[in-house]
Design a protein around this ligand. Structure first.
Ligand code: GLN
Length: 548
């Protein structure tokens, strides 16, 4: 029988419910319980695929090609379990399903209402995950903040849920903020009390409170919160800000969160195996070296827009005992001041995915700089497309200019063009080439060397593609096409044999990197960056030595 844990948030948004849910997932997984995590998102978009990264951060893609909330990335990375389209539920998708049923006549003439039709659909989505994957525990994160109008149907549904399945089958965790008021020199529990009251007013009494704060919660305050909120003091869990999100599971373990959960759900306590996780934190704490890698992108003001790239780079760095800091570089700034201004002295370059014309020339200039200065380069999706355009313009010297038809439909040399199956597609949501597709790696290529394999499965999210009409010209001028789809129709990866590390993929390797199994392409980048830094330092030192 699957058990259910509901995680809500109060006081402020961005309180870290996703990390708490993912961390608890890790603690249960490390006790050998199979877990799955669902994100309930209150917005009316059917999925976040059409939302701007400026507003919503990264769109995360699952194996089965769902475009989902970035929290699913945390769930996968923390629990080392692949999620699917069932794991992200939005208000839009709920209403779409209910309205479709109504149009089909499934409700037999009933008046369709929020309660019970919408709430039943929400409950059914949660049960569906349990039925499909048979986990021991399903964690459900309710997006938004308690008190929001949009979250109400979700909260009502999870209230009913426990009544339906029975007390010991489900529990509620509420994540809140305990602010420290500088002038009073005191931590304040009032916002938490208000938030719990709000939750109770809709019929949910939390079983556990996870209190976020910038410093440890004093025992006295735990008692006070316990008294006001009707939660036993040992179920008031302190969650102090951590240097890294990967530390959170260990802190919550210390606070006894998993023990409380198992007790309340009548699950047997087992000794957690957190050896690998602890090793991860140790490596992170004692890096042997520091490097800076540049990320040239369009959405750099909001690092959440590239969160999987950041995490994938971190996984590879930890595995090599290196701290890699990212230099966030706006592609538009590169256009204004030139690539050297930003890239000189860095140890590597990443150009990540994206959509639209803005900043494209800056990305192309950055890639040209990396190619000409032997700076290790990893291109991801749009990053690969920009690399192809750069080569077409500057090396293959395609007269009149090369471009992607995404940016210039009339370009004389459309080196990147629409996938043939995309030509008649006009709807935006869920219509890209999405999800897991196989890529065959060319023998004796850098790609094959990095993967130690001849085929890889990777996640995709794109509409445009390398134009096959240019394959010959590119190969003849020195490019290597090192990855192809199994039917050889689509170019999946390119590399430059004349460069120490210049590789790019049409897919998104960042979505498959996990803390304990970093992705080969990011491993390769960090290793190349390390070598580049050494040679750079060596080159810098020579004149100094001569002066002496
Ligand atoms: N805009 C490009 C395309 O649609 C790249 C997409 C991406 O980087 N995810 O193909």
């Amino acid at each position: 029988m699957t058990k259910f844990i509901f995680v809500t948030g109060g006081v402020v948004s961005s309180i870290g419910k996703g990390i708490v849910a993912a961390s608890l997932g890790r603690l249960l997984k490390s006790r050998d319980f199979a877990v799955s995590i669902i994100k309930l998102d209150p917005y009316i978009n059917v999925d976040p695929g059409t939302m701007s990264p400026f507003q919503h951060g990264e769109v995360y893609v699952t194996d089965d090609g769902a475009e989902t909330d970035l929290d699913l990335g945390h769930y996968e990375r923390f629990t080392d379990t692949s999620m699917s389209k069932l794991n992200n539920v939005t208000t839009g998708s709920i209403y779409q399903a209910v309205i479709n049923k109504e149009r089909r006549g499934d409700y037999n003439g009933a008046t369709v209402q929020v309660i019970p039709h919408i709430t039943n659909e929400i409950k059914e989505r949660i049960h569906r995950v349990a039925r499909n994957t048979h986990p021991d525990v399903v964690l459900v994160e309710v997006g938004g903040t308690v008190g929001d109008i949009e979250s109400l149907p979700f909260l009502e549904a999870i209230r009913q849920f426990r009544k339906d399945v029975g007390r010991t089958q489900a529990l509620y965790i509420h994540v809140t903020l305990i602010p420290f008021i500088e002038s009073a020199h005191e931590m304040k529990s009032k916002p938490t009390q208000h938030s719990v009251n709000e939750l109770r007013s809709i019929g949910i009494q939390p079983d556990i409170l996870v209190c976020r704060s910038d410093r440890p919660l004093p025992e006295g305050l735990k008692e006070k919160i316990s008294n006001f909120c009707d939660v036993p003091a040992k179920a008031v869990i302190s969650c102090q800000d951590a240097r890294s999100i990967y530390e959170v599971p260990l802190r919550l373990e210390q606070e006894g969160l998993a023990e409380r959960v198992l007790e309340l759900l009548n699950l047997p306590e087992r000794t957690p195996d957190l050896v690998n996780w602890k090793r991860l934190i140790r490596c992170m704490d004692q890096p042997q070296q520091r490097l800076v890698v540049g990320l040239v992108g369009k959405y750099v003001q909001l690092s959440d827009a590239y969160i999987s790239v950041v995490e994938a780079l971190r996984h590879a760095a930890i595995a090599q005992d290196i701290q890699v800091d990212l230099a966030w570089i706006s592609a538009e700034d590169v256009e204004k001041r030139g690539a050297a201004e930003y890239l000189a002295g860095l140890s590597g370059l990443i150009v990540p995915g994206g959509f639209g014309q803005r900043g494209i020339d800056g990305k192309i200039q950055a890639i040209q700089y990396a190619r000409e200065h032997n700076l290790p380069f990893l291109g991801l999706c749009l990053g690969m497309q920009c690399a192809v355009i750069e080569w077409g313009r500057n090396v293959a010297k395609l007269s009149g200019g090369a471009n992607s038809t995404e940016f210039d439909p009339a370009t004389p040399h459309p080196v990147i063009s629409l996938l043939p199956e995309q030509e008649d597609v006009s709807a935006l949501g869920g219509t890209l080439r999405l999800g897991l597709w196989a890529c065959r790696l060319a023998p004796n290529s850098l790609a094959q060397h990095l993967y130690h394999d001849s085929v890889t499965l990777e996640r995709h999210r794109h509409r445009y593609e390398f134009n096959n009409a240019y394959r010959r010209q590119f190969v003849d001028s020195g490019y290597r096409i090192c990855g192809l789809s199994l039917d050889e129709r689509l170019v999946e990866m390119i590399e430059l044999p004349s460069h120490p590390y210049f590789i790019a993929s049409q897919f998104h390797p960042e979505f498959r990197s996990r803390p304990n199994s970093p992705h080969p392409l990011f491993m390769g980048l960090v290793e190349a960056a390390r070598k580049h830094a050494q040679s750079y330092i060596a080159a810098e030192r020579i004149p100094v030595a001569q002066e002496e």
